[in-house]
Design a binder for this molecule. Sequence first.
Ligand SMILES: [Zn+2]
Ligand SMILES: [Zn+2]
Length: 366
Amino acid sequence: MASKRDYYEILGLERDASSDEIKKAYRKLALKHHPDKNQGNGEAEEKFKEINEAYSVLCDDEKRAAYDRFGHEGLGAFASGTGGGGFGFGDIFGEFFGDIFSQSGKKNRRRKGEDLRYGVRIQFEESISGVSKQIKFNRYEICSSCDGTGAKKGTKKITCSVCRGTGEIRQQQGFFSISRTCYKCNGEGEIIEHPCPACKGEGRVIKERKLDIKIPAGIEDGNRLKVSGEGSSGFFGGPNGDLYVDISVETHSIFKRDGSDIFVSIPISFSQAALGCELEVPTVDGKSVIKILSGTQSGTQLTLKGKGAPRINGGPKGNEYISVIVETPTNLTSKQKKLFEELAAENKEESHPLKKSFMDKIKSFI
Ligand SMILES: [Zn+2]
Ligand SMILES: [Zn+2]
């Protein structure tokens, strides 16, 4: 395969072109090289394909970023830009040319089905362990009565007699050849004489779809899963659309998550902080025991390596970070008060090095 040309070069753009500039350049070139205007011209057809491929990448922020960083290789993760599959060529075509070209020429009824979106809310724990959810949604499916043709069972579509299947009527006026959409078949070239009663000639009907979605361990709030081909059926033999599942994860009362790391704040008492202790702490995997050293200060952060959340791509787990909060006791009993007073009388400077150094600084300051 010949090496591919640079997409910016194809569209005659600078690398920092705005999305408006990209659209404009594409529109201009696509109009010039459109097959409808260059019938039988193989070179124009190749050019048109090339222009579309370049545009399909540059108009998509994600793909453009990947292309900017890694070139053509960077697009491996995306569906091919030229085929009708991953990228909705029909979308661009419809957006820019619907107004211009739908005036003439046979309509391409064979189109990709609609993409669908579905929101799924899961528990925090489920986001850690992964979970399977059954979802139900409505989508268009191929009409089984007519196998998607739109024509009543036992009948066939017939070629339009007015345009002889071309979908357009050409008229010569001096130098100009003017073409109009065929009034009889609406530009489709074929006529359904006896529409299928089940789908009214549309070839598709709305059906409920049940689907088990496997949500991988480590999924995060706001992630989106793509389930290829589970959108609506294509029109008249076109490929299916895709289903996008938007995941939202409920917040947890103890754990906070950032990427694959988990954060927990754990209160301990004055005496635990002063004397040290062993502490049972929650992790997303269950319990762990950590050692609190004597003389631990409030705000100390401890790390449990590998006790964070899993990663969707199977990389190493994150960490759990524990913030220790030393809780000053409140609602003292008279006995506790007395003991604190005794403790205060017993206080030595060496037990509070921070306080001592601060007081020393203040003295020299005054
Ligand atoms: Zn016709
Ligand atoms: Zn039907």
